[in-house]
Design a protein around this ligand. Structure first.
Ligand SMILES: [Zn+2]
Length: 189
């Protein structure tokens, strides 16, 4: 299963739910991670969170390198942000649940994340001023029921909702992003 048609679009209530922690890394969780990676690569995204495929679990997959050729998938189970910088940085972000849209979002420049991998090992991820730094924060937002909309004021929120509607009507699919205004990278997340 790797259809991008399974990706939930903004407005779907599951994108606003806080996801449940994963207690056991069983075959179901492993299959979910595999299927999410397939979906993410099919949509040419660099990250995907379980609620985006309709599953209320704290699991995200990330690969911020594969645009350069090689696949380096990370599976993060129950990820937690343990450290962030005070310094912020604004970049253009896309989201597989927001086809056709890029939004300027301000976030900490540096982030440290702890998460369990599929072997049950707790891993530490540290990223600064990179696509990975943005992507980790973006995906963990999804597990807390937050999307790009939560980073916008009321007017911008309405504008983005309208842009998504119009993009979908014009045939945009998850993974299609608007031309970024200044950021060089804006793959869907
Ligand atoms: Zn997203």
């Amino acid at each position: 299963m790797s259809s991008t048609d399974d990706i939930r679009i903004t407005g779907d209530p599951i994108l606003e739910e806080v996801c449940e922690p994963i207690d056991t890394i069983d075959d179901e969780v492993k299959a979910l991670a595999r299927s999410m990676l397939d979906t993410m690569y099919a949509a040419e995204g660099c990250g995907l969170a379980a609620p985006q495929v309709g599953v209320n679990k704290r699991l995200v997959v990330v690969d911020c390198e594969w645009g350069s050729g090689e696949k380096t998938p990370y599976v993060l189970i129950n990820p937690e942000i343990v450290e962030t910088s005070d310094e912020l940085r604004t970049t253009g972000e896309g989201c597989l649940s927001f086809p056709g849209v890029t939004v300027q979002v301000e976030r900490p420049r540096r982030v440290v994340v702890h998460a369990t991998n599929l072997d049950g090992d707790v891993m530490r991820y540290e990223a600064e001023d990179s696509l990975l730094a943005v992507c980790l924060q973006h995906e963990i937002d999804h597990l807390d029921g937050k999307t790009l909309l939560d980073h916008l004021g009321p007017m911008a929120r309405m504008r983005v909702k309208k842009q998504v509607r119009e993009a979908i009507e014009a045939g945009a699919k998850p993974g299609d992003v608007a031309k970024p205004e200044k950021a060089s990278k804006s793959k869907g997340k």
